[in-house]
Design a protein around this ligand. Structure first.
Ligand code: GLU
Length: 304
């Protein structure tokens, strides 16, 4: 892949348009935005609509209007992953040509029948059935990345040194799915490079994905950004807030109160009476007082 111009700090927020933004998304948006501002950097928005099975009609536009109502200002045009198939296909081609990607004929059931090892993402470690070629008469349904033995180690700004043994904990992972969608891991890696992202600040739910992304960056010969994984907001039942468990959507009318709550969740002592102030005043406080070091590293609980 060819390199974009070298630049200073470039951060991003990359929501999936599977529903409206919630308090958990606001935490990721706020921390990535303030970290970029504190470094006099740019902050980009990328709409991760690569997985067409998860997209909800109108959700992308709704997310952008919510970000706007909350006073976020992003650099340049929003990048929609649905416009990036060509780039993902090229990256896959590069990996195939390097002998790093291979076609896989296995169905979910075949994998379930031949693997007993749970993978970090909740699935099963791929047992490597098609690693040395497809059996006679079988054709590729998906494409996988061949992972090497050994640890992938990285330093997270919040979580410290982390290490994953990809072969054991994850296995050869999917780049192009059987349903024709490019996988999140490939799309995010290609786009973080394409957008020249130097710093990724996002929720700790993506921590287990980071070694796969770093491994892919190395395979594609692109730089590895700096990573910071934020504590996750949970509901009263201790589950991570998500669209799947129907976390309440952010309301533009409560923007100041929600932003104050997000700042406080991030360890920033925003005065509670700012909750009734115009949103611009909350941002003034946040720009002046942002202290990355005050963020608690460990997953924590907060009410939405
Ligand atoms: N699109 C992912 C999500 O909404 C975030 C991806 C990322 O920040 O790398 O969970």
């Amino acid at each position: 892949m060819s390199a974009p111009a070298l630049s200073a700090y470039r951060g991003r927020f990359a929501p999936t348009p599977s529903g409206p933004l919630h308090f958990g998304s606001l935490i990721a948006a706020t921390a990535s935005y303030l970290d970029a501002r504190a470094h006099a950097g740019s902050w980009l928005v990328r709409m991760e609509d690569v997985d067409t099975t998860r997209n909800v009609a109108g959700a992308g536009e709704h997310i952008l209007s919510t970000l706007d109502a909350f006073g976020f200002e992003w650099t340049g045009e929003v990048l929609w992953q649905s416009t990036r198939h060509e780039a993902y296909a090229q990256a896959l081609e590069q990996l195939k040509n390097a002998g790093l990607a291979y076609g896989c004929a296995c169905s979910r059931k075949e994998i379930a029948d031949s693997s007993a090892n749970p993978a970090l993402d909740g699935g099963l470690v791929y047992p490597g059935t098609c690693r040395s070629g497809l059996a006679a008469g079988r054709s590729a349904r998906a494409w996988r990345l061949r992972v090497g033995a050994g640890e992938t180690v990285f330093e997270d700004r919040l979580q410290g040194t982390l290490s994953q043994h990809l072969e054991r904990e994850c296995g050869d992972f999917v780049l192009l799915r059987a349903d024709g969608c490019f996988a999140y891991q490939l799309a995010v890696t290609v786009d973080d490079f394409f957008q020249g992202i130097s710093h990724v600040v996002r929720g700790a739910d993506l921590l287990a994905s980071t070694p796969r992304q770093i491994y892919l960056q190395r395979c594609l010969g692109v730089p590895v950004p700096s990573y910071a994984h934020l504590p996750l907001a949970c509901n009263a039942g201790g589950e991570k807030l998500s669209k799947q468990n129907l976390a309440p959507p952010l309301e533009a009318a409560d923007a100041a109160a929600s932003l104050v709550a997000a700042l406080r969740f991030l360890g920033q002592p925003a005065p509670l009476d700012l909750s009734r102030a115009p949103i611009a005043e909350v941002w003034v406080w946040a720009f002046e007082n942002w202290n990355f070091a005050a963020i608690a590293a460990r997953p924590a609980t907060a009410s939405a």
